[in-house]
Design a protein around this ligand. Structure first.
Ligand SMILES: C[S@@+](CC[C@H](N)C(=O)[O-])C[C@H]1O[C@@H](n2cnc3c(N)ncnc32)[C@H](O)[C@@H]1O
Length: 369
């Protein structure tokens, strides 16, 4: 069974690569896999990266435009849909707009696709902060909209380090299966940490195997001698606020001291979360060499293979890598979906949320800001 997949907010293709890697065969020898059908993203360089790696033979299937201006009537039929909607686009106001309005919050464009195409399953992704945005009302409303589109949903907070990803990245991922399909998705059980396999470490990610000199996207950042001296005073796992940094080198920061600033990786632990933006001190730092990571090293922590080429300028590539779903994490979740369809058992755990928890609050609606 082939699931033709549409995708919104495709980014560089973390979710898409995970989907592409899955192949499940049931007891009758029937193969289950996912095939790219179309995708959309506003970012030109992310679209080029996606085409280059995911669908080089079908460049026109990736539509580079604002999703709010995309005519979904022009899109082809699909059986599966994925959307890692941007996380900063909702606020609550006391009036009813939303799905019917011209410009709703970005997740509503994904909901429109679900309502029009009724794919057999979907995967939606967002940051863990979604659960508390607007005192939980945004999460509540999004879950309700997804269910009202005709889906049984399984929302869960995935801690990717528990699945062998060398990074403490926590993301809410919602799997939906169409109401009329008599299958129930279960969250795949963690495999690493706490009495299971050991966590995959940052050092393993960057050195096993070593990154070759000709690897793409592996340019080093040039640092001033002051930054190098500063980093030399920060031990592995510590950050810019380490108390033994000499007085004359200390950063002059008033107010909140973000723990990720000039934070060096610890070689024996999973990396902290790879992010895609931020100024000085936010580029992630090697545990023993006084330098920022290269984009290729960040891509390794995100589990992209070395032959996955990111297109665009260095900062654009950094942004693409930081915003992606780790392909290996996506692979694990999508493999569980295909096993669910194929009737193949796998170890599972209870989801963090039960769909019955999401209640209807008619007086509230989300709009984009
Ligand atoms: C979190 S990233 C998605 C990453 C992707 N799921 C992956 O695994 O690689 C969100 C994406 O939404 C895109 N985006 C933001 N606003 C958009 C809009 N109005 N229309 C279309 N795409 C948009 C961004 O360019 C970005 O690539």
């Amino acid at each position: 069974m082939i699931f033709r997949k549409g995708e919104f907010f495709n980014g560089p293709g973390g979710l898409a690569l995970g989907a592409k890697m899955v192949r499940v065969v049931d007891k009758n020898g029937v193969e289950y896999r996912v095939e790219h059908e179309w995708a959309n993203d506003i970012d030109e360089s992310a679209c080029r990266t996606f085409i280059h790696n995911i669908c080089p033979d079908r460049p026109k299937s990736v539509i580079n435009k604002d999703v709010r201006e995309l005519d979904i009537e022009t899109l082809g039929e699909i059986d599966a849909f994925t959307f890692g909607f941007p996380c900063n686009d909702y606020s609550i106001v006391g009036e009813k707009k939303g799905l019917e309005g011209n410009y709703g919050p970005l997740y509503t464009y994904g909901v429109k696709v679900l309502r029009k195409f009724q794919p057999k399953w979907f995967v939606a992704e967002n940051v863990s902060g979604l659960q508390s945005a607007n005192e939980g009302q945004a999460f509540n409303m999004i879950m309700r909209d997804l269910m009202e589109s005709g889906y049984k949903i399984t929302p869960h907070l995935y801690k990717f380090q528990d699945y062998g990803i060398p990074q403490t990245r926590h993301r809410i991922i919602i799997v939906g299966i169409r109401d009329d399909i008599n299958k129930e998705f279960r969250v795949p059980a963690p495999t690493h940490g706490e009495g299971r396999l050991p966590y995959k470490t940052a050092k393993q990610a960057l050195t096993e195997p070593p990154i070759t000199a000709d690897a793409p996207n592996n340019e080093f950042t040039r640092h001033t001698s002051k930054v190098i001296e500063f980093l030399n005073h920060i031990p592995a796992g510590q950050n810019a606020w380490f108390k033994e940094i000499p007085e004359h080198l200390r950063l002059n920061v008033k107010g909140a001291k973000m723990s990720q600033i000039y934070r060096r990786l610890h070689p024996d632990h999973p990396s902290y979360t790879v992010t895609g933006s931020g100024g000085g001190g936010t580029h992630m730092y090697h545990w023993s060499e006084p330098r920022a990571l290269t984009n290729r090293e960040r891509a390794r922590i995100q589990t992209f293979p070395d032959d996955y080429v990111f297109l665009g300028g260095k900062e654009k590539v950094r942004q693409q890598i930081g915003m992606a779903v780790p392909p290996e994490g996506a692979r694990i979740i999508i493999e569980a979906i295909l096993k669910t369809f194929a009737g193949i058992e796998y170890d599972s755990i209870e989801a963090k949320w039960n769909a019955n928890e999401f209640v209807f609050e008619p007086e509230l609606e989300l709009i984009s800001v």
